[in-house]
Design a protein around this ligand. Structure first.
Ligand code: G1P
Length: 291
């Protein structure tokens, strides 16, 4: 049995320029899909997968994230007075316990690889999960939990994969794979934001990773890559020289909430599936579209 994954890193330092003016004073990770901020979806996914230590790599203007995972005494008291027990239960359930969160800062926007490296002292010598909260997966079993099953079998490093149209491969990290006997994929190459004609496949790295701690020493010496940023994918490619990487095709609907279109689509999809709002929302949409 490989070492259990108890720590997860959430890089949340990005400026969110694509969502201005919404993100002028508010972190993009606090944008809501129906009634929950993006970051909470990621934390809940990690909780479901057994994570016990939630490490946020933040930046300037990100205090709302820290506050979101704190207890709001005034609010709780008011809800108690009003007898809103259900809301209290939900707020309590979604909150990591005392001492389960850590916050560190990426002081300069030098890239995803650099953001992950900023968490090195909190990670220490343990393997860890990495979740990019922009990427939202709507699925029965959370994406990270799906990957833990692959990790328990193969150990080492695991990357969540998803197919994208060929025309979009230049926006993501793309992998080359070989089929393994158990239906999982052995990763043999990876490249960050390749030109469409150079992409080794249309399997994207979809923002969920399980990584061994050796990635940190590689990130420490990693040169800038695509977009002039320190890229995690480049360091993972070096790690591939001496450790295995398994790819797990993630089951579910994937929304890239870093783009307006992906974010809006996520809202529609989650609203349509919402137990209380879904039916009425569907009727409203039909009316709007004159269906
Ligand atoms: C990052 C990763 C990329 C991955 C993507 C998923 O890119 O570098 O490999 O496919 O996240 O969202 P970014 O979105 O930071 O440009």
């Amino acid at each position: 049995m490989p070492y259990p994954i108890k720590k997860a890193v959430f890089p949340v330092a990005g400026l969110g320029t694509r969502f201005l003016p919404a993100t002028k004073a508010m972190p993009k990770e606090m944008l809501t899909v129906v009634d929950k901020p993006l970051i909470q979806y990621a934390v809940e996914e990690a909780m479901e997968a057994g994570i016990e230590h939630f490490i946020f790599v933040t930046g300037r203007n990100k205090n709302a994230i820290e506050d979101h995972f704190d207890r709001q005494y005034e609010l709780m008291n008011i809800l108690k007075e009003k007898g809103k027990i259900e809301q209290i239960t939900i707020l309590e359930r979604d909150l990591p316990s005392a001492g389960q969160t850590s916050f560190t800062r990426q002081q300069e926007p030098l890239g995803l690889g650099h953001a992950v490296w900023c968490a090195r002292h909190l990670i220490g010598k343990e393997p860890f999960a990495l979740l990019l909260p922009d990427m939202l997966v709507q699925s029965k079993t959370g994406a990270l939990k799906q990957m833990i099953q692959g990790y328990e079998k193969h150990g080492n490093n695991v990357i969540g994969l998803h197919e994208v149209p060929k025309s979009e491969v230049d926006q993501y990290g793309i992998v080359k794979t070989e089929n393994m006997e158990d239906g999982q994929l052995k990763i043999t190459n990876m490249v960050e934001k390749p030109k469409i004609e150079d992409a080794p496949s249309n399997l994207m790295i979809m923002g969920r990773y399980i990584l061994q701690p050796e990635i940190m020493m590689l990130l420490e010496n990693q040169n800038k890559g695509a977009g002039g940023e320190i890229q995690l994918t480049d360091a993972m490619l070096k790690l591939l020289d001496f450790q295995k990487f398994t790819g797990v095709s993630i089951d579910g609907k994937l929304f890239d909430c870093g783009s307006k279109l992906g974010f809006l689509s996520a809202n529609v999809s989650y609203a349509l599936d919402h137990p209380e709002l879904g039916e009425e929302f569907r009727e409203n949409i039909k009316k709007m579209l004159k269906l």
